[in-house]
Write a protein that binds this ligand. Structure first.
Ligand code: GTP
Ligand code: SPV
Ligand code: MN
Length: 596
């Protein structure tokens, strides 16, 4: 299969430890994919869905204890602890390899090992990186085949001695006590054992695409970010591209595929989807920042996805899609909460139990049909709004970077940073309420710089410096914004309708980039005045817009205390520029405070 001696030796070595019955090289062909599917149908690992209604679609349930990324079991393993920084779990590489090896040992006896050569980014583009994942799960092979380019072309591009990220995955017993997601940036390697869920096991995604890539990007002078990328085509036909970083389950996939509201669509606006989760960005010869999406598929949250909230996603997932942890209907189609259509009268829930709407558990809580972090895996080229530049090896030029999170209070609908340095501060100090995409207490506000807290593969203080340095190297920096679709009224309802209506905010952002619309300067940055937002065709309840654009200086000053506490973690590695930005913001807010 390959002339790459190092690759062959590594596969042999890993097989020697895991002892699979057989080793199968994934060639990327339709025939092999089909026969793998058949094999998985037979063992029950995957269920074939109704091929008339959902052609090419399959269904999978992960273990009950294995339904989201496990950040507490995720480690950056570097020789020196300081290199992993205060926000990552750390282990010495030697100890980490030994601990994982004891779990991997003989774990593939009776199973097969699949070798998946994959490229993140167009094959043979100078911006792409190659990885090889070894796994004992057909589910992983099928997912990876959608999420990234896999197979013989990649091996060819790798040649006899090309560099690749060594990615080893084994399900082992899928017990939490024996689960480890280990990254070795110094060895360009990833070991993941004991899980069968998404971000823990599709090693191209968060593990290589962000944690390992962010480390390489720092060394090589580019950026690997947890960002969607989209193009906004204006009525004059010119397309501006933006990249947006929101934490997990905070709206990236939805924004990436947005359909402008009717009134604005007829003006001629269109959205083009480049990516929904990861952006690799470089400064090109024109001095601007350009982004590629290194993935070829979406691994998106299903609950909440319906024809109103995200019609493009609904069309994308109608075929050739893997559904994970949703409700299985008797006719072998699927359903999830806040999806299309009424709940079925019966079905099998994500736990594999018989389910009926309205069922309650022992504590009286409604039993959901789909897990809140249930997901679809679908090819990006099925998305009706796919950008024609998605395969372009230079990607797209970025005019604006948007940060955002779930904040029930405090953060206004949108504001613009004063400049790049202030923008880096806005990203570094952002926070969001915890969602079902990771284990932990739901709703708790946590600081999540640039939405990269769980994904930065090195010391985050150095990561902030890298952002500042990139800004200095650019001839024209993208403008930086912050959005919050999730501000709540007193009753806990969302003040902003979100989804397609978010386009109104994007229009202001793009017009700001082109100096076409006004704003008011506030202590936190530039905010639109009510008249600067295009509200044609949207009737918000009285007072809602005022509340959405309100800045309460005292509330902000309170939040600054928490920011300062968080920044303390970075010690001397916190760039002085960010300390200065923090101090200036405090000064500006204090001037406004009612308490002074
Ligand atoms: P990851 O794939 O985990 O990185 O998530 P993501 O950032 O791509 O989030 P996604 O777009 O899948 O949205 C997550 C959840 O937020 C879904 O339940 C959506 O329905 C909901 N959501 C997305 N956009 C909005 C919005 O504008 N307003 C409101 N209220 N909810 C939204
Ligand atoms: C996220 O949690 O940000 C995801 C899903 O995109 S996972 O691939 O599981 O990380
Ligand atoms: Mn994500």
């Amino acid at each position: 299969m390959t002339e790459h001696r190092k690759l062959k030796r590594w596969v042999d070595e890993m097989a020697g430890m895991c002892r699979p019955d057989d080793i199968i090289w994934v060639d990327g062909s339709a025939g092999q994919k089909e026969s793998l599917k058949r094999e998985a149908f037979e063992t029950g690992e995957i269920i074939e869905l109704n091929q008339e209604k959902l052609p090419g679609c399959v269904y999978h349930r992960t273990a009950l204890n294995d339904v989201a990324r496990t950040e507490n079991l995720t480690f950056i393993c570097t020789k020196k602890k300081i290199d992993a920084g205060p926000t990552n779990n750390w282990m010495l590489p030697k100890a980490a390899y030994a601990k994982a090896a004891s779990i991997f040992k003989d774990s593939m006896v009776g199973r097969k090992m699949y070798v998946i050569p994959f490229s993140m980014g167009p094959v043979e583009s100078p911006f792409s990186k190659i990885g090889v994942e070894l796994t004992d799960s057909i589910y992983v092979v099928l997912n990876m085949s959608i999420m990234v380019k896999v197979g013989a072309d990649v091996l060819k591009a790798l040649g006899r001695d090309g560099e690749f990220t060594k990615c080893l995955h084994g399900q082992a017993e899928r017990e939490i006590e024996k689960r480890l997601i280990l990254h070795f940036p110094e060895d360009n390697a990833i070991w993941s054992v004991g899980s069968g869920y998404g971000g823990n096991v599709l090693l191209g995604k968060k593990c290589m695409g962000l944690r390992i890539a962010s480390h390489i990007a720092k060394e090589e002078g580019w950026m690997a970010e947890h960002m969607l990328v989209l193009g906004i085509e204006k009525p004059d036909g010119i397309i501006d591209y933006i990249a947006a970083a929101f934490p997990s389950a905070c709206g990236k996939t939805n924004l990436a595929m947005l359909v402008p509201p009717k009134g604005l669509e007829t003006k001629g606006y269109k959205i083009w989807t480049v990516g929904d989760d990861i952006a690799w960005m470089r400064i090109d010869s024109d001095g601007a920042l350009w982004a590629i999406n290194p993935e070829t598929g979406f691994f998106g949250v299903t609950p909440g996805t319906n024809s109103k909230t995200n019609p493009n996603a609904v069309k994308t997932i109608a075929r050739n899609t893997i559904y994970t942890n949703v409700l299985l209907k008797p006719d072998k189609t699927v359903w999830w909460e806040d999806g299309d259509g009424d709940p079925p009268l019966s079905g099998i829930d994500w736990k594999g139990n018989a389910w009926q709407p309205g069922m309650r558990d022992k504590e009286g809580k409604i039993i959901k049909g789909a897990h809140p972090n249930a997901r679809f895996t679908a090819p990006i080229n099925q998305c009706p709004s796919i950008s024609h530049r998605v395969e372009h090896h230079h990607g797209v030029p970025i005019s604006a970077i948007i940060f955002g999170g779930r904040r029930a209070h405090l953060a206004p609908l949108v504001y613009e940073a004063l400049n790049w340095q202030h923008g880096v501060y806005v990203g570094a100090s952002m926070a969001s309420e915890r969602t079902a995409a990771q284990y932990g207490k739901l709703g708790e506000v946590r600081r999540d710089p640039m939405a990269m807290l769980p994904f930065c593969g090195y010391h985050m203080g150095n990561y902030f410096s890298h952002w500042l340095k990139m800004g200095k190297r650019m001839k024209k920096c993208p403008r930086v914004f912050h959005v919050n679709w999730f501000k709540q009224d007193k009753k806990g309802g969302f003040l902003w309708p979100g989804f397609g209506e978010n386009f109104r905010v994007l229009e202001w952002i793009i017009d700001r980039c082109n100096d076409k619309v006004g704003a008011v300067e506030t202590p936190i940055g530039y905010l639109p005045r009510a008249k600067d937002l295009n509200m044609t065709g949207l009737d918000l309840p009285k007072g809602a817009l005022k509340e959405l654009l309100k800045i309460d200086a005292d509330e902000w000053l309170d939040d600054l205390k928490d920011q300062a506490e968080f920044f303390k973690k970075f010690g001397r590695k916190l760039p002085k520029e960010l300390k200065n930005e923090h101090a200036s913001l405090k000064k500006r807010l204090t001037k406004r405070s009612k308490k002074c």
